[in-house]
Structures are given as structure tokens and as C-alpha cells.
Unconditional design. Sequence first.
Length: 317
Amino acid sequence: MASSDGAAVSWIGERLWLLWCFFWLLSLLVALSSPFEALRWWAGWKKPPPEPLVPPEAPRQGPFAVYLTGVAGFSGDFLSRRERGFLQRLQERVPGLQIVDDVFPYSATNNPLDGDRLLRALWVWLQKWRLKIPNNVFDLLIIMHNIGQTLVSSDRRYGPAYNSGVARAVAQRLLQKGFQGQAVHLITYSGGAQIAVGIAPYLKKILDCPIYVISLGGVYTDDPGIRAVDHVYDFKGTRDHLLPSVGWLLYPGRWRAAFFSPWNQARRAGKMSWRLCGPITHIGSTDYFSAKRHLPDGTLHADQSAALIAPLLQNKQ
């Protein structure tokens, strides 16, 4: 009896080990293939998905904002309920605010994970399980894909192709919203901050307007696109320790010793502002978008995030 139990345990252990190896092999393939989408588009081998035939709206006064989600994003049409609630709170505080929230920042061609892709069936299957069982282990594959695209954005070789594609998609959506040359506020979360900095030079060239980056728990590299940003506003929770520090750890251009790096030049020019915003975490039920958790003064996390950002949009239209 003991030998049969041992054999069963051994069989389960072997299958779990194989599943774990398969998962990491798939993650490695996803990571290694990250630059190819941008390069295929840049070379003309792959066309971006057709834009919906939406006529441009009448010119608007704005202000205009673009929301770039974090690395858990799945498509331009999919945002978590908490992120949707945060954007709604922001619109209630800023009269006339026009928000573009349907650009998928982890694709050079604005192609969602359930779009025209070789692994479309895999991404759809993962998303289905993610909605049923949040934070399951295979959810990491979506995050790995998007982290890979964030690294491509920051890469000196592939970044220009990638970032110009995302900037093109953002500019198209702004123009459809009635944009007429006002300032553009790139509101970002987590890895979306790097994408915002990466696309800033191309977006400014297309639209010829001031660009402001506003981040919640932003993850920044030493991307030279920071030169095109008029100002960076970064809000960080006091319990959000690890992820916002990743860029500083991995990119020496963020270190103070790199005196002449674009990041440090922008910092010395006074183009960056940081602010701590209470005991908020990067992810989970106590993150920046929580509509259930309160700060010590009784303010909901989502309400504070909206209240911090709203004045920046109103003062720089």
C-alpha cells in the first residue's frame, strides 16, 4: 500500500514538474519574441489592424488625457473595474475632460492579445481563466508578454519602431476625440509610465503640443524620450516599495552617478515631481484604484488618486 501511494505521489510530482517547465519555456519564448511584432510592422510585413470608421468629433476644449494601463493589460477595450471607477471619478472632477482609454500600449500596432495573433487562442484562454480565477499562475504569461514589450520600448535598437507605432495609435484616437493642439496628459500606471516616456518624442512630433506624464506607481527606465516630456508627476504609495524601484535597479542611467544621462538632466532641470500618497500598495485590494480601502483620514484610495491628478489636468490645458 505504501509503495502504491509513493508511486502516485511520484507521478503527480513528475507531472507538476513538467507543467512548471512548460510554463517557463513558454514564458521564455514569449519574452524572446517580444521585438518581432514591432520589427514586422516597421518593415511593412504586418499592417496594423484597421481603425474603426469613427468620424472625428467636433473640436473640444479639453483637457485631453490618455490612460495607459499596467502590465496586466489585455486589450484596449479591457480595463479592470477599479481602473474604470478611477477614470470615472477623474472625469467627475474635471469638467470637459476627454479621456482616451482604448489604446493597448503593449503592442506597436495597437493589436490586442485577442486580435490577429498566432497565439490568439492561448491569450483568450488565459484571459477567460483570469476572469474566473484572478491572480492564477498562468496570469503571469500575460504579464510576461507585456513586460517584454515594455523592455522593447526602452531598448535603444527596437524602441524607436515600437514607440512610434504606439504614438501613432494614441494620436489617431486623440484626433478622433476632437483634439485641437492642447496639452496631452499621459496618465499611467506601473509599466505604462515607461511606454508614455518612450512615445513622448513621437507624439510631440505628430501633434506639436506639450506632453505631461502623470504616473501612479510608475516604473521608469532611463529612456531618452524623457527629453520630450514637459514634466513628470509621479505618485507613489509608501507601501509600494519593489516594482517602482525596478527601473532604478536595472537601468544605470537612473543612477545619480550617471550625471549626463537624459534622466538626470531632466531631473536637474526641474522637470520631475514626486509625491508620496499614503499607505498604498502597487497591486491588490489596497492599490491606487481601490474603492473599498480607506486612508487614515477616511478617503478612499481611488478618490485620493483622482483628487491628486485632477488639478494637474485643470492647470495645464
